[in-house]
Design a protein around this ligand. Sequence first.
Ligand SMILES: Cc1ncc(COP(=O)(O)O)c(C=O)c1O
Length: 331
Amino acid sequence: MPTIESLPRYKLASLPTPLDELPRLSRDLGIRVLMKRDDLTGFALGGNKARKLEFLLADALQQGAQMLVTGGGPQSNHVRMTGAAARKAGLGARALLFGKPPDQVNGNLLLDELLGVEYSYAGTDDKLVTDRMLVELNEELRAQNRKPYLIPVGGSTVLGCISYIIAVGELLEQLRAQKAQADYIFITTGSCGTHAGILAGVKYFGASIPVIGISVSRAKSECETRIANLAQQTAKFLNYELPITPADITVYEEYLGAGYALITPAARAAIYRVARLEGIFLDQVYTGKTMAGMIDLIERGAIEKGATVVFWHTGGMPGIFGHPQDFANSG
Ligand SMILES: Cc1ncc(COP(=O)(O)O)c(C=O)c1O
């Protein structure tokens, strides 16, 4: 049975990422906010995917892959990071993007160009259809003997989750060193691997910190099923008892707004507030909505005043430049 320590890993991220105190935002909100800075994983402009890709890339290389294949939106941070990881290891990169070509090549898509990611468009925004097309694309590449390694959208696999079990160990050590106790962890829930990994990590290390996910792309019920399945598969892979029950899985869908990648007024306000109080950037697709959710839950009294909260910053800043019009005439 593999152990976490025995799994092959390809170094991409600068770790540990800082655990920063946010004193001005804390004062404003009436709680203590600590921010886990996975926006500062370093490699290729950072973000949560660097941790996942350390294990996925190592696995790809072990299997003799010659290219990484994945999918996501035109402004996908995951596609940018997968492209960069592939290049660093001397591999090719192929991506299937949702929807149709946008009017402008900017933000993450521009970085994909710089990296030489070969990309095409699925012609649909339907995630399930795109997932199926991605599998077909991978089969075609295999038939052409291009030795592809398929990474599902978001890198949310067992190996991706394991990287976040390790990240929780890193966080717990930092909390101990800072003599702090976290009452809650807030995380952005997209393809669900980061949330599932953090939850599995909290159980793995025997900590009892509630993990609160803010969904930015899926219905609550879909997130709950994905998180439960991913956490269970990860536990099975490691042959480890991780007693995760439905009561452990908390996801809010109320902050998604009109849909994935569509900014909400509350997310815009949260982005401005954090930038102006702390000099830290959040993005409009992921972390801005999560911060908006956290602020609302504090204001509604669901998070008690005086609590200590870890806000897990998962990166995504290149996306700001993908849709600058989201910020026009406000602030
Ligand atoms: C910046 C950022 N934050 C959060 C997430 C969500 O992580 P996950 O897909 O593991 O749920 C993503 C995924 O693409 C992301 O790019």
